[in-house]
Ligand binder design. Structure first.
Ligand SMILES: C[S@@+](CC[C@H](N)C(=O)[O-])C[C@H]1O[C@@H](n2cnc3c(N)ncnc32)[C@H](O)[C@@H]1O
Ligand code: SF4
Ligand code: SF4
Length: 437
């Protein structure tokens, strides 16, 4: 990487060289240099009219004009979860994230507002945009190109941006794949190993199984060298089929990074949820302990199971990578709905007390300032964390995920002063000790 002085000297030398060339050669050199630039830098050189319609240019200008000067928000790192559409081509049996019609797509006006408001926050060092739904691969590549254009024009010089999508992987068009490759997206693909389980839970609208389609999607993404991770939901049937069946089918997909999510019941109706629509925390944890032992003995060279890997490394003094173990998440993870409503992490969808208002009525710093819900979410999580700070495992779990804690409290299964992770941490620590002797 060149230092700023070196890159300025190189730019001067190139410019002198280019000016001495005949017109045709100069145009060819300009084109070559343009193609060699990273995607966002290319977009800085493109005129707005090449990407946006006239009405969108006006909406972009209006969004920029609404940004408040001199904001004193102190967030350095932000995760922006964009529910860019709530439509979906699947009907996974345990999912409540999809809606039925295209009134649930994010308009350009809302997109411009989200980009302008988030990227204008002062002192931001890193923003992760997670494109999430519904199923965002139902959107056209033009939607994402406009989003990349907005990012390139609104990004402040000290801010790093990264984009990722979360997808069911069954329908990714070639233009989308090319765009994700060009703008260096990472991709999370949902697949519920083992295969027979996936094909009974992750169904298309016609009720047909989708494992083979997801596998082809993974291959198409691998061919474009997109950084891939898998998300796999663990429910009562996963436990029935066992850890071995899960890991054998996961390893066959040849993707190293895997998240194992606990299947959660619908927010607000937790205690009335049918028993097969979620997994009890303790059952999930016992299963994760079994998975840990098997993973360590036979799969650790081929799979990184992110929840277990975080706990495993943290117990050996490493840093966690997941939000669950990183302390108070309130205000660092924001979900934006297609209509501009802002809420906490998308696990809380459907709980009005975790909604912070709408960008249609207020700017983001204004929402941060006035939202009583954000303040109370922050202080509730803080209170919960301090109740657990006496636990011997606290340094490792930092109180775990506050949404999971809420659930264990709703079911009355939490031990006082524990977020719920203690039995799994004991299991991992015992295993690590035994492995050292
Ligand atoms: C809501 S989907 C949206 C993105 C995309 N359609 C997909 O399937 O990856 C995001 C993730 O949430 C998971 N999910 C959906 N319902 C869930 C539930 N009740 N409990 C836990 N995870 C769930 C999905 O399996 C998926 O991995
Ligand atoms: S593909 Fe994703 S959003 Fe669609 S039903 Fe399945 S989990 Fe839900
Ligand atoms: S509520 Fe849980 S999943 Fe959501 S950001 Fe916080 S720790 Fe992460």
């Amino acid at each position: 990487m060149l230092k700023p002085a070196e890159s300025n000297a190189l730019a001067d030398a190139l410019s002198k060289f280019s000016q001495a060339l005949p017109d045709r050669d100069r145009a060819a050199l300009d084109r070559l240099l343009f193609l060699g630039l990273p995607g966002h830098d290319q977009l800085k050189l493109v005129s707005p009219g090449a990407i946006l319609a006239p009405g969108e240019i006006a909406a972009f200008d209006a969004a920029k004009a609404r940004v408040e000067p001199n904001q004193n928000t102190k967030t350095h790192s932000l995760v922006v979860i964009l529910k860019a559409t709530r439509r979906c081509n699947l009907r996974c049996t345990y999912c409540r994230a999809w809606r039925n019609d295209d009134s649930h797509d994010m308009s350009f006006e809302v997109l411009a507002e989200v980009m302008a408001q988030t990227l204008a926050l002062p002192r931001l060092k890193h923003v992760e945009f997670i494109w999430h739904g519904g199923e965002v691969t139902l959107l056209e590549s033009a939607f994402f190109l406009k989003a990349m254009f907005l990012q390139s024009r609104l990004k402040q010089s000290g801010t790093r941006i990264h984009n990722s999508i979360q997808t069911n992987g069954v329908r990714i068009s070639e233009p989308l794949l090319q765009l994700f490759q060009h703008y260096e997206f990472s991709v999370g693909v949902s697949i519920d190993a083992p295969r027979q389980l996936h094909d009974s839970l992750r169904l298309n609208k016609a009720g047909r199984p989708t494992w083979d389609k997801v596998r082809s999607g993974i291959e198409a993404m691998r061919a474009k060298e997109l950084p891939l991770a898998l998300l796999c939901v663990v429910g009562p049937k996963t436990v029935e089929l066992g850890a071995e069946a899960l890991l054998n089918d996961l390893v066959g997909l040849n993707v190293r990074d895997v998240g194992l999510l606990n299947m959660v019941p619908e927010n607000g109706c937790e205690c009335r949820a049918p028993a097969d629509s979620f997994i009890e925390w303790r059952e999930y944890l016992d299963f994760m302990a079994e998975v840990y032992t098997l993973w360590q003995s036979r799969f650790a060279d081929r799979l990184v199971l992110r929840e277990l890997d975080d706990l495993h490394r943290s117990l050996q003094g490493g840093q966690p990578t997941l939000c669950y173990f990183a302390g108070n998440c309130a205000g660092h993870y924001l979900t934006f709905e297609p209509d501009g409503r802002v809420a906490a992490c998308d696990k809380y969808v459907g709980l009005p007390e975790f909604g912070f208002g709408s960008l249609k009525n207020r700017s983001l710093p204004d929402l941060f300032r006035v939202s009583g819900n954000l303040k109370s979410a922050k202080s509730d999580i803080e209170d919960g964390m301090s109740e657990m700070s006496g636990c011997p495992w606290y340094e490792v779990c930092q109180g775990g995920c506050p949404h999971d804690r809420r659930l264990t409290q709703a079911f009355g299964t939490a031990e006082p002063g524990c977020c719920g992770y203690a039995p799994l941490l004991e299991h991992i620590a015992t295993h690590q000790k035994a492995a050292q002797t």
